[in-house]
Ligand binder design. Sequence first.
Ligand SMILES: C[S@@+](CC[C@H](N)C(=O)[O-])C[C@H]1O[C@@H](n2cnc3c(N)ncnc32)[C@H](O)[C@@H]1O
Length: 295
Amino acid sequence: MSYGHIPVMLDEVLEYLAPRAGQKFIDCTLGGAGYTMALAEAVGGSGRVISLDLDELAIQNAASQIKSRQLSNIVLVNDSFKNLNQVISSRFPAQTKFDGIVLDLGLSSAQLDDEARGFSFKGERPLNMAFGPLSDNSTVRIVNQYPLLDLTRVFREYGEERRAYQIAKAIVSERRGKKIATTAELVAIIERVVPPRFRSKIHPATRVFQALRMETNRELEALTAVLPQAAQLLKPKGRLVVVSFHSGEDRIVKRFFKASSDLQILTKRPLTPRDSEIEANPRARSAKFRAASKI
Ligand SMILES: C[S@@+](CC[C@H](N)C(=O)[O-])C[C@H]1O[C@@H](n2cnc3c(N)ncnc32)[C@H](O)[C@@H]1O
């Protein structure tokens, strides 16, 4: 099985986490296991990497990589990082602390390309943008049942979509006749609202799809919930690294770092990928990297 994803800003993640033999790390967003495998290699057989993902396919892919590489220092957990304390306390002795914790938010390339799910507006796919069965909400429910103003808010807040109200109105009118069940049906509605002459370089459905994904998985709520848990699980001098792709996420991280008296900020401004990385992997272009160290 292939579960493709090129890890974003991996050099910077390793530079700031500076993993050494015997240390313990948490990768809150396993994805294609790029960070996890690099950390596992650095900490060696006496160290540990605990990796979480909501997506069962990410877990299965990592499990087969672990088997073929005969690794014994990675613990995989199919759960949300919003439950981090519970995940750790059910597997480690009380008061276990970690040398570093990393989050790489959003979705993986494998998820975007997965035809069984509807993260991409290309082709005809089921309207399902859940990272996994444990995700908090359902895309079909949001699109077919949210009242007009709630839909508008989601598109405006998470998608920064200028035509949020018009698109929400068109959806509400369409669903009166028939349930909206596929990505292609949704794209057709959005394309009718945004005529070609008003379109920018990005596809007119981009912002709506991003907003629906964030609402389906309640992504900002999960991030807000995990940050204090992560800070509390760090050893003194342990490091917390967050790579984000949305201004709302970056704001939450920035404010949390600033407000935490037990964290020292290591990146005054967020780092961004080098030009060479963006050239090699255009999906990295909107990444923002922030790091802090436990005092
Ligand atoms: C950008 S990918 C991570 C890529 C990874 N760093 C790598 O090197 O391949 C983000 C992953 O986080 C997962 N994810 C998103 N929200 C989550 C949550 N609340 N709990 C656990 N996993 C989550 C997604 O399912 C996805 O697999």
